[in-house]
Ligand binder design. Sequence first.
Ligand SMILES: [Zn+2]
Length: 309
Amino acid sequence: MTAGRIIAAGLVLLSAAALAGDRDERGPIIDVHLHAYGSDAFVQPSPNPVTGQVPELRSEAEHMQATLAAMHRYNIVRGYVSNDNSPLEVLRRWRAADPVRIVATPYFEGTPGSPLPAIAALRTEYAAGWLGAMGEIGAQYGGLSADDPKLAAYFALAEELNLPVGIHTGLAAAGTPYRCCPAFRVSLGNPRLLEEVLIRHPKLRLYLMHGGWPYLEDTKAIMNMYPQVYADLAVIDWIIPREEFHDYLRALLRAGLGQRLMFGSDQMLWPEAIGMAVEGIESASFLTPEQKRDIFYNNAARFLRLGEE
Ligand SMILES: [Zn+2]
């Protein structure tokens, strides 16, 4: 072993100890919103929109390993991973890599890159027992309102199978209709559009992804009227300006919704987003330690009925 290698080995040991220390101090976290990708996504990966850093990851396997390492580092004991614009098969490999930590959940949006799956085929996959939830349903990208008849069969299936369902609400990358998704419309992200779905499916276990931001009034209105609805804080906890996120989070708490907000990272191509999202919650000085524990773990454990496992 050369000196260089010894020094490198020493650094690895030091950082491993530091990580273990972090993990001990931090209680368990459930991340209800992560994504997996096939290797195609890493041919020319987009930079992290906050840091500007281009990921050095070059394959599905490297991305998965880096994401699992970040989950381990932040004591994320369960992650709900969907296959953003990638084949469902990617999720089988993630689940095989860590069957305790990873819950596989199909992504679809109704675009050419992510078509709505045939309902019979989807039912077969659920019957096989390897998928644990439904969504992210990215209907806004496909120009579909949440109450579009094309989505009705999916909500009916989720209600029948008692599956948690995550639906994209609120924001997307600037210029989305000019790039990937010409049918995308800002107005289709309003959580208010879920009302007819909730009327038709009163037992549906629905959560609003991205907490409905920036539709604060409509998010409060829907969550107030339908107490079964939860929300995740994914992506808004690291992409939007921190002060804006904290104002929004505080407004949801002030409205009495603190027991229904769940941590999500929306880790996409950038595993470091997990730490950035954790920091977004931890830096909210107005939260009590109990409120942080609710967001990081307790609310999701209740919504996902983990106590029943
Ligand atoms: Zn997402």
